[in-house]
Design a protein around this ligand. Structure first.
Ligand SMILES: *[C@@H]1O[C@H](CO)[C@@H](O)[C@H](O)[C@H]1NC(C)=O
Ligand SMILES: *[C@@H]1O[C@H](CO)[C@@H](O)[C@H](O)[C@H]1NC(C)=O
Ligand SMILES: *[C@@H]1O[C@H](CO)[C@@H](O)[C@H](O)[C@H]1NC(C)=O
Ligand SMILES: *[C@@H]1O[C@H](CO)[C@@H](O)[C@H](O)[C@H]1NC(C)=O
Length: 219
C-alpha cells in the first residue's frame, strides 16, 4: 500500500516535470557549470569560491510554494532556451538550476529561478529573450558560498530543514570567528538532475558568505 502510494507520487512528479526539467538536461553530453574551487570543507559544509558567472533569471513574486514557483519560473527559462529568443536559437545545456528564496511573510516568498549561461555567450553573442518572458540576466561577481549537499527531490517540506542544518553547521565552524552570512533572509536551492532520475540525485543549499578573506574569498 505504502509502496503503491509512493509510486503514484513519483509517477505524478515524473509526469508533471517531464516536459520541462528533463529536456533542459537532455540533448548534449557536455554540461557546462559555473567554475569554483573548494577553499574549506568541514562538518558537511563546503566553502566554495565561485568565479564570475552569468545567469538567465526568472522572477516569481509572492509565491506560496517552492515547487510551484520553481516550475513556473523554469517554464519561462525553458522556452527561452528552446528558441523563444531573438536569434531563434537553442542554448547549450548547463547545470545547476537555482531557485533563490526570500521570505516575505510566513506564507509568501519571492523566488528567482536561474540557469547558468555558458561563458561561450560572453560579450554580445547572448541571444536576447522574447520580452514577454520577463527574463533578466544577472551577472555575479566572484564570491564565496557555503554549500550543503542533499539527495532525493528538493521539496517544500525539506528545503527549510536543509537551510537550517547549513546554518547550524556554519555556527559551529565559525564559533568565535568573524565570518558572516551576508544576507540571512535569502538562500538558494541548486538542482542538478532531471526529474526522471529517481535516485542518485544531487541538490545543494547555498548561502552567500563573507569573511573568509584569509582563505581567498573576496572581501
Ligand atoms: C522562511 O519561512 C519558512 C516558513 O515559514 C521558515 O521555516 C524559514 O525558517 C524561513 N526562512 C528564513 C530564511 O527566514
Ligand atoms: C544572436 O544575434 C546577434 C545579433 O544578430 C549576434 O551578434 C549573435 O552572435 C547571435 N548569437 C548567437 C548565439 O547566435
Ligand atoms: C550572492 O553574491 C553574489 C555576488 O556578490 C550576488 O550577485 C548575489 O546577488 C548574491 N546572492 C544572493 C542570493 O544574495
Ligand atoms: C546528478 O547530477 C550530479 C552532478 O552533475 C551527478 O554527479 C549525478 O551522477 C547525477 N545523477 C544521476 C542519477 O544522473
Amino acid at each position: 500500500m505504502e509502496n503503491q502510494r509512493l509510486f503514484i507520487n513519483f509517477a505524478c512528479y515524473y509526469y508533471c516535470f517531464l516536459g520541462c526539467l528533463s529536456l533542459l538536461f537532455s540533448g548534449s553530453n557536455a554540461i557546462d557549470s559555473p567554475q569554483y574551487t573548494v577553499i574549506r570543507s568541514e562538518l558537511g559544509v563546503e566553502i566554495r569560491l565561485y568565479k564570475e558567472s552569468s545567469w538567465m533569471s526568472s522572477v516569481v513574486r509572492g509565491g506560496t510554494s517552492f515547487e510551484t514557483s520553481t516550475k513556473e519560473g523554469f517554464h519561462r527559462l525553458y522556452q527561452y532556451r528552446h528558441g523563444a529568443n531573438l536569434n531563434s536559437s537553442h542554448l547549450l545545456m548547463t547545470a545547476p538550476v537555482l531557485t533563490s528564496i526570500t521570505n516575505l511573510s510566513s506564507h509568501e516568498s519571492n523566488y528567482v529561478v536561474r540557469f547558468y549561461l555558458s561563458s561561450k555567450y560572453d560579450g554580445n553573442a547572448l541571444p536576447q529573450p522574447y520580452p514577454e518572458l520577463n527574463l533578466v540576466v544577472d551577472k555575479w561577481r566572484s564570491h564565496c558560498v557555503a554549500v550543503r549537499k542533499f539527495s532525493g527531490f528538493a521539496k517544500d517540506d525539506n528545503i527549510n530543514g536543509e537551510m537550517e542544518a547549513l546554518v547550524t553547521s556554519l555556527d559551529k565552524i565559525w564559533s568565535g570567528k568573524t565570518a558572516t552570512i551576508e544576507d540571512e533572509s535569502t538562500y538558494t536551492i541548486a538542482q542538478y538532475n532531471a526529474s526522471y532520475h529517481l535516485s542518485g540525485r544531487l541538490n545543494e543549499v547555498w548561502i552567500n558568505v563573507s569573511g573568509f578573506t584569509a582563505d581567498g574569498c573576496p572581501s
